[in-house]
Ligand binder design. Structure first.
Ligand code: NI
Length: 170
């Protein structure tokens, strides 16, 4: 296992649509394991493959990472098949450091995807898990949480992120 490097805005892999996974093979299972380890290490509650530079449709999430039982969700090719309600909460993202903003999401969702055995699963989620799953599926479509906020605030964040990046590269 290994901790992977997390890509940050405005790296291109974060802004593009990730590719469908056609085979759940050893490589996908290994990537999922490394993504989970990277997420727990960060620490974070969700991670999409393109956040570690891999443009494939794979996400991991754990909305209760501090409980003893693992609540790890791993899904390939996740898609929202039903949604209801509305909830607004503060979000952040490992790929958009030092930025938080209120984002409006569906309150409850059903997500269909493939597990690591290649079997179709449907996860019904509400609360934090529903929010995380929507955030991660957005990532696979090249969408960041800052794309859901006001343009004024987004521009402010983008300036801050570019400035921080320039500082790191200096
Ligand atoms: Ni994120």
């Amino acid at each position: 296992m290994a901790i992977l490097e997390i890509c940050t805005y405005p790296q291109k892999v974060l802004l593009e649509r990730a590719e469908l996974i056609t085979d759940i093979d050893q490589e996908v299972a290994k990537l999922a394991g490394q993504m989970a380890e990277t997420m727990y290490n960060a620490p974070g509650i969700g991670l999409a493959a393109n956040q570690v530079g891999v443009a494939r449709r794979l996400i991991v999430a754990d909305a209760a990472p501090r409980t003893l039982e693992s609540n790890l969700v791993v899904l390939a090719n996740p898609e929202i098949i039903a949604a209801e309600g509305e909830v607004t909460s503060e979000e952040g993202c490992l790929s958009v450091p030092d930025c938080q903003a209120e984002v409006k999401r569906y309150e409850k969702i059903a997500v269909r995807g493939l597990d690591l055995r290649g079997e179709e699963v449907v996860i019904e989620a509400d609360g934090l898990l529903a929010i995380v799953l929507q955030h991660e599926i957005d990532h696979l479509n090249g969408v960041l949480f800052i794309d859901h906020i006001s343009r004024l605030k987004r521009d402010l964040f983008k300036r801050r992120l570019r400035k921080n990046m320039a500082k790191r590269e200096a």
